[in-house]
Every structure is written in structure tokens, then in C-alpha cells.
Ligand binder design. Structure first.
Ligand SMILES: [Zn+2]
Length: 117
């Protein structure tokens, strides 16, 4: 099995945010973590879930449910001079078919909120 290094470091950053948030609300157990992941980010969801389970073992987020919301991707199309929707990285502009696109949204990932016990 290929080691999902990228997802492992993402899971660790998520855990950091989750622990800080839980601590500031004086919670000692996290029930769920809601993430927003851009449709164009290179995140393998199954790997991320696997890594999240691994890094949270023995922490206050042990056994927490991971909910993933996808945020749509957008790009600036040069020929159209317009912002267009992009469902996948590497796709052409849905209006004119050009590949001269600059991604403006959809590559980010953030912790939206957490549910504590
Ligand atoms: Zn276009």
C-alpha cells in the first residue's frame, strides 16, 4: 500500500486545529469534525479518513466522525475574461473549451466546525 504522506500531514494539521478549538471551549471529547475541501484540491478522501483515524487515536478526537463538505472550484478563463465553474483540475473551460485557466477557488481545505461532547 502506498503511504499517503500528503493526507497524513493534512490529518495532523486538522488534529492541531481540532485540539486547539476543543481546548478553548474546555471540551474533553470531540464527536465530529466538519471539513470543507475544495473540489480541486489533491486530497484523496478515503486516505484522509484513514489518516485522520490514525492520528487521532488516543487524542480527544479519538473516534470522532469526519464529515467532508466539498466546495466548488472556480477559475478565471483568459479567453472568456470571466470566472467559470470548474469541477475538476485539468478540465477545460465549460464555456469555450480553453485550458488557459487560472484557478481562483477550490484548492483550499479548512476545518469548518467541530462538535464536542
Ligand atoms: Zn472560457
Amino acid at each position: 500500500m502506498k503511504l499517503p504522506m500528503h493526507e497524513m500531514s493534512l490529518a495532523e494539521s486538522i488534529l492541531q486545529v481540532v485540539e486547539e478549538t476543543a481546548r478553548s471551549s474546555a471540551a474533553d471529547q470531540v464527536r465530529a469534525v466538519r471539513l470543507e475541501i475544495g473540489a480541486l484540491s489533491h486530497v484523496e478522501r478515503d486516505s484522509l479518513r484513514f489518516c485522520f483515524d490514525a492520528v487521532t487515536r488516543g487524542t480527544l478526537a479519538d473516534g470522532a466522525r469526519l464529515e467532508i463538505d466539498a466546495t466548488p472550484g472556480r477559475a478565471w478563463c483568459m479567453p472568456c475574461s470571466e470566472s467559470v465553474e470548474l469541477s475538476r483540475l485539468g478540465d477545460a473551460c465549460p464555456r469555450c473549451g480553453s485550458y488557459q485557466l487560472q484557478v481562483t477557488q477550490g484548492e483550499e481545505m479548512r476545518v469548518k466546525d467541530i462538535e464536542v461532547a
